[in-house]
Design a protein around this ligand. Structure first.
Ligand code: ADP
Ligand code: MG
Length: 697
């Protein structure tokens, strides 16, 4: 039997079970099956006696015999009761379903191992739907104690594929003497990092003899998984590096220099200067740049983007910025046009709502090269958009764009343009190494001088009156205020009603103030008009759903009130808070929440109160939520799903795996060494099994 053998070769797996396993777990081969790792283990090394048992115990194990069966009740009420004893007392085993099957399968007078959770029913103790095995067989594989439990679905249970059945099938596979489990990591790596050998790891993960070896098996399998994630990512970028040469932007010319001397509205921060230098160097090497620019909200990424584009222009190329929303694209255009006003550069905007005639004009100018900078939304990836010579692409707020979309832009040239991905979401280290593992990273870790940390408070509704007094006081000082409401797609109409009610109330509380409201249901033009009024200072208070989350820049705004803050994620709260504190004034963020919040939520809001550091918040977020929630795997860009490793907890293993892969690829970029042939084979297999995200997004 081979790992690649069909699971129907295994005893007990007929066509029906095989079909269910394929449909529910994507399990088709023996190897797929062995890679269904247990989600928990229960110590079955200990047998309790009936006399000891009470209903407070968790799952327990007993050894004894059934002395009698009895059916009680009629029809759907019917249940089967078995009287069980081990000589120290009696208890009842109860079944409500599958009665016929149980009656046929189990008899009196045989020694069984039973396993289940005791409950009290009146004066009697019973165990409902226990696991039962013939004692002599039950010893197999759990002799020393830890029993594996597997996730199953409703459909699987209906096909009699519950955890115990799955365990049995897996144990049958593992105990087949003809099964060959080959190593998937280079021998040298296994030796150097003292990893458990693969065959042993797979046996141990399903049938651990003790917890120490279980830990070693887990470590080995996590390492293997993260190793292949890194291999996939790093090989891809190596391959790209060799296949595609990047444009060499060797010239720093007139545009860049004139801008630097005459247009800069402020002194660049040290971090901005450093990052611009990194980008300049990168674009001059002949390698195609793939760089992630991380900088907290308000750290000044826009100017870095602009100066990057000017380098492209200096070398005779075009540049583009892609933003996730129309408002953001518009604001980029405004910011950039006003910065380069005196340089005579052509800049235009292309979004979903650009009129047909203007669109034609723009595509014409992009194709003939007369348009130098184009700023836009997803509209830029459409096939009708063709560039004469696109030199650099800036993608703002990366997390809104899938990997596939990035690739699409990337394919717009014969030579790929340099790519700079900007994100204000600080990415924890482990994620930077996986999800964005193929990108080089630049970090703006310094805010422009004179920024004061935003004072943050968490209030309940009883502080509403005080909050309103505070809002008035700030407005009288000439400041502006944001009030943000959550918007969740599933409860969209209810959320909008909350916003509208809130707006009514504010208008009544402050009849003399100018208050605006924006949300996604407004016409784009109305939304833009209201936003513009707020940007120009005409409106003093802007009430909105999360549409303002990304990117809007109103330095005069000093208060951010977030309603129902408990419904936002940490990184979203941080993004929202970043809308204020952009000027020299002290700014404030007030998190309003209901009284009824859980401990986790309270903790989340407390982190916001305590820290304004995006990295601290991102780490905390990842720890609280776990990586499972990270925009879904589809967004995350992992080459395949993780089955055992955890990006939060296994950061240390991940680092090592990445280093190992890097060293390995440096020495043997094409994996040609005989010892490395298994790597290519395994990687091909893993990728074939992975769902093709590119097609889906
Ligand atoms: P983000 O990184 O969030 O995109 P922006 O580029 O929008 O930040 O910059 C935030 C604000 O800070 C803008 O008003 C911008 O003009 C200003 N800014 C950027 N860099 C500096 C600097 N070096 N000194 C002072 N203000 C700056
Ligand atoms: Mg920005």
């Amino acid at each position: 039997m081979l790992l690649s053998s069909d699971i129907t070769y295994l005893p007990g797996v007929g066509p029906k079970k095989a079909a269910t396993l394929a449909a529910e777990l994507n399990v088709r081969t023996v190897e797929d099956l062995l890679c269904c790792y247990p989600y928990k283990y229960i110590d079955r090394s200990h047998f309790y006696t009936v006399r000891e048992v009470d209903e407070t115990m968790p799952y327990i194990q007993l050894k004894g015999q059934i002395v009698a069966f009895e059916k009680r009740g009629e029809g759907r009420q019917q249940r089967l009761i078995a009287r069980f004893t081990d000589g120290t007392g009696f208890l009842e085993l109860v079944w409500f379903q599958g009665i016929r099957f149980i009656e046929e399968k189990y008899t009196t007078g045989v020694e069984y191992v039973i396993f289940g959770k005791p409950t009290r029913f009146g004066a009697k103790l019973n165990i409902a739907h226990p696991d039962i095995e013939v004692a002599s067989e039950a010893q197999q594989g759990v002799a020393a104690g830890l029993q594996a439990f597997y996730n199953t679905s409703e459909k699987m249970k209906r096909a009699y594929l519950h955890s115990a059945a799955l365990r049995k099938i897996i144990m049958a596979a593992l105990s087949d003497r003809s099964l060959v489990i080959t190593e998937t990591l280079p021998e040298a790596t296994v030796r150097e990092y003292a990893l458990m050998e693969r065959h042993r790891a797979l046996v141990t993960i399903h049938m651990p003899t003790d917890s120490a070896s279980l830990v070693q098996a887990q470590r080995r399998l996590k390492f293997e998984e993260l190793f292949y994630v890194q291999l996939s990512i790093l090989q891809q970028s190596k391959w790209r590096e060799q296949k595609f040469k990047g444009y060499v932007f060797g010239t720093i010319g007139d545009y860049f220099n004139r801008f630097y001397r005459t247009c800069l509205p402020f002194e660049l921060t040290g971090a901005q200067k450093r990052v611009i230098k990194e980008i300049r160097t990168d674009m001059a090497t002949g390698r195609q740049m793939n760089r992630l620019l991380q900088g907290d909200v308000g750290s000044g990424k826009t100017i870095v983007a602009l100066m990057t584009m000017l380098i492209a222009l200096d070398n005779g190329f075009q540049a583009c910025i892609m933003a996730p929303t129309e408002i953001l694209a518009t604001q980029h255009r405004q910011a950039i046009v006003s910065l380069v006003e005196t340089l005579g550069i052509t800049v235009r905007l292309l979004t979903g709502s650009t009129k047909k005639k203007e669109r034609q004009e723009i595509t014409q100018q992009l194709a003939d090269g007369s348009l130098q900078i184009i700023i836009g939304t997803h509209a830029l990836i459409e096939d009708s958009v063709v560039f004469k010579n696109l030199g650099v692409v800036i993608i703002d707020e990366q997390h809104r764009f899938g990997v596939a979309q990035r690739a699409k832009l990337w394919n717009k040239n014969i030579h790929p343009p340099h790519i700079l991905v900007m994100t204000a979401t600080p990415i924890p280290r482990t994620l930077a190494m996986t999800v964005y593992g193929d990108l080089d990273v630049s970090v703006i870790d310094e805010l422009p001088a004179g920024r004061k940390p935003i004072a943050t408070y968490h209030y309940f509704d009883n502080k509403r009156a005080a909050l309103n007094r505070f809002i008035r006081q700030q407005v009288e000082l000439g400041r502006q205020v944001y009030i943000v409401y959550p918007l969740i797609q599933e409860s969209e109409s209810l959320d909008l009603k909350n916003l509208e009610d809130g707006y009514q109330q504010m208008c009544e509380t402050f009849p003399d103030l100018r208050i605006g409201m924006v949300h996604g249901k407004l016409k784009a033009a109305d939304k833009e008009a209201t936003m513009r009024c707020f940007v120009s200072g005409e409106l003093q208070i802007l009430m909105a759903t999360t549409v303002i989350e990304v990117g809007v820049n109103v330095p005069n705004a000093s208060v951010m009130v977030i309603e129902s803050a408990e419904r936002f994620g940490l990184s979203q709260l941080h993004q929202l808070r970043g809308r204020v504190g952009r000027g020299a004034d002290q700014s404030y963020c007030v998190l309003m929440s209901s009284y009824k919040i859980g401990a986790d939520t309270r903790r989340r809001l407390q982190i916001m109160v305590e820290s304004t550091d995006g990295f601290v918040i991102a780490e905390a977020d990842l720890n609280l939520r776990g990586p499972g929630d990270l925009d879904g795997t589809q967004q995350s860009g992992l080459p395949f799903d993780l089955k055992i490793a955890n990006l939060v907890q296994d950061g240390a293993i991940l680092s090592v795996a990445r280093q190992v892969v890097q060293k390995l690829l440096d020495a043997d970029p094409l994996l040609e060494a005989p010892a490395h042939r298994i790597l290519t084979e395994q990687l091909t297999r893993l990728k074939r099994d992975a769902i093709n995200w590119g097609v889906i997004s």
